[in-house]
Design a protein around this ligand. Structure first.
Ligand SMILES: [Zn+2]
Ligand SMILES: [Zn+2]
Length: 250
C-alpha cells in the first residue's frame, strides 16, 4: 500500500472509531454529527446556513434593524448623541443559534467555534457593497486582566481571516483600555454610556493617523463601546472608522 493509501485508511478507521465511541448531535437541530462536522463546533452545515444574515431595512448609520433608514431620526443613533463611526453593520442579529454559539465561544471557551464564526464575518464583509477601502483592522480590545482570564480576545479571532483576506494589518496594539470596568452586559442602557467614558486610548497615534479603520467586535447592543472606540480613533487622527460586528442586538 502506498503511503497516501495508508494515511487515507488510517483516517477512515479513526473517523469510524470517533463516530462510534463519541456520538455527537448538532446543537442546532439535534441530528447526529459525523467526525467531519466536529470541526464546525458541533453545529451542522445546514444549521450554520440557516443563521439569518442581516439585510436592509436597518438604520444606515448604526445598523439597528428597527432604526430609521435616515439616521438623524433613528432613536438608537440619538442615544449615542454623537456618532463617531461612519456606519456600523451586524452580520446577523443577537438571537437564536448565533447568540448561543457566541456564548459558548466566549464564556465556555469553545475556541473551535472561532473558525466558522470568523468565516461568517469575512464572507459578510466581502459580499457587502457598503464598505469603502480600509487600511487597518482593529478589534475592540479587552483589558489585560480579562484577557488573562479568557486567554483570547474574541474580537481578534473574529477579525483575523478578514485581515488576511484584505491583506491589511490586524492592529491589536494601538487601541487599549484605560481601566478594568464591569462588562456592559451587566449594566442598563444609561450606565453603559457612563461605563465607557474615557475607556479607550491609543498607545501610538502615528499608527492610526489618516487611516481608514475597520473596528471589529462580536456583539453590539447600544453601540456605546464601539462608539467610544471610534471616538478615540477619530480624535487621534483616523480619517474614517467603520464598524462590523457579528451580532447586532436589538
Ligand atoms: Zn443542525
Ligand atoms: Zn441608527
Amino acid at each position: 500500500m502506498s503511503l497516501d493509501g495508508f494515511h487515507h485508511l488510517r483516517r477512515e478507521v479513526w473517523k469510524t472509531f470517533v463516530d462510534l465511541i463519541f456520538p455527537v448531535n448538532c446543537r442546532g437541530c439535534g441530528k447526529k454529527l459525523g467526525y467531519d462536522d466536529i470541526s464546525s463546533g458541533f453545529i451542522c452545515l445546514d444549521c450554520w446556513k440557516k443563521i439569518p444574515i442581516h439585510r436592509p431595512p436597518y438604520c444606515r448609520r448604526c445598523g439597528h434593524p428597527s432604526g430609521d433608514l435616515f439616521h438623524d431620526k433613528c432613536p438608537e443613533c440619538k442615544k449615542l448623541k454623537k456618532v463617531y463611526f461612519r456606519f456600523a453593520r451586524g452580520v446577523s442579529s443577537y438571537s437564536g443559534l448565533l447568540r448561543e454559539t457566541l456564548h459558548r465561544f466566549k464564556y465556555r471557551y469553545q475556541t473551535e467555534l472561532g473558525t466558522p464564526l470568523s468565516e461568517m464575518m469575512k464572507d459578510y464583509y466581502l459580499s457587502s457593497n457598503d464598505y469603502g477601502p480600509i487600511d487597518r483592522i482593529i478589534p475592540v480590545p479587552l483589558h489585560p486582566i480579562r484577557f488573562r482570564e479568557r486567554e483570547f480576545n474574541q474580537a481578534e479571532i473574529l477579525a483575523r481571516p478578514l485581515a488576511e483576506a484584505l491583506k491589511v494589518p490586524l492592529d491589536i496594539k494601538t487601541l487599549y483600555r484605560t481601566r478594568y470596568n464591569p462588562p456592559q452586559m451587566t449594566l442598563d442602557s444609561k450606565a453603559r454610556f457612563e461605563n465607557v467614558q474615557g475607556l479607550f486610548a491609543a498607545s501610538n497615534p502615528d499608527m492610526i493617523r489618516n487611516q481608514r479603520i475597520l473596528l471589529i467586535d462580536d456583539v453590539m447592543t447600544t453601540g456605546a463601546t464601539v462608539n467610544a472606540c471610534a471616538r478615540t480613533l477619530m480624535e487621534e487622527g483616523a480619517s474614517e472608522v467603520y464598524v462590523l460586528v457579528l451580532a447586532r442586538g436589538d
